[in-house]
Write a protein of this length. Structure first.
Length: 212
């Protein structure tokens, strides 16, 4: 008596070794074709190749910062927040007064003058100056050295003026510099002077005398 079989089911004939190899090869070729059509990748190894291709094999140099509009040269006058400011000179030093630059650094000394052309008193401060390294895109505030001849903090009456030096500590090799005058964090006004200096200088000498 014949045995009943499920509807739609039919047994496959026994496969020879040759037939099995043909089916395996056909399945592999079909999978490769679908992977190509669907844009498949080569798997994790190819993803690692793509990731490594996006990482440069060396550091990329950062371009120098562009100069702000209306950047002045040393000696030019700029008007900011009712004041007239001139940065007359900038120089590098190992020391100023009894203050010495740390190892690998130097002092930047600027000579500035501020005038009040208005008819009411106005405050001034040397701390409103800062210096920017255009190459490194970094900035440093003014420091308070132990010395005389600094630009005073205080108030200027109508048509009064004050002059003196402002000092910063900067990296020893910084040379492409920008002096900035900003009267306050909440005041958008600011003025800039370009101050290009020679390269690194020698270490400061402990025997240096105070500057007048």
């Amino acid at each position: 008596m014949a045995t009943a079989q499920p509807i739609g089911w039919s047994p496959l004939p026994p496969m020879s070794g040759r037939l099995r190899r043909v089916l395996v090869a056909t399945t592999f070729a079909t999978g490769t074709l679908f992977a190509t059509v669907l844009g498949d990748t080569r798997g994790p190894d190819s993803m690692r190749d793509v990731a490594s291709a996006q990482v440069p094999d060396r550091a990329i140099a950062t371009p120098a910062m562009a100069l702000p509009p209306a950047t002045a040269t040393l000696g030019e006058l700029r008007a900011v927040n009712g004041l007239e400011i001139i940065v007359r000179a900038a120089s590098r030093a190992g020391s100023y007064g009894y203050t010495y630059a740390a190892e690998g650094r130097s002092l930047l000394v600027i000579e500035a003058e501020i005038r009040n052309p208005g008819d009411a008193p106005r405050p001034i401060s040397g701390s409103w100056f800062s210096v920017i390294d255009l190459d490194a895109r970094a900035s440093w505030p003014a420091i308070l050295p132990v010395a005389i001849g600094l630009l005073p903090d205080g108030r200027l009456g109508p048509d009064e003026r004050a002059s003196g030096r402002v000092v910063f500590e900067i990296p020893g090799g910084a040379s492409n510099l920008l002096v900035r005058f900003d009267p306050g964090a909440f005041d958008p006004a600011a003025a800039y002077w370009l101050a290009s200096l020679p390269g690194a200088t020698a270490s400061p000498s402990p025997a240096a005398s105070p500057m007048p």
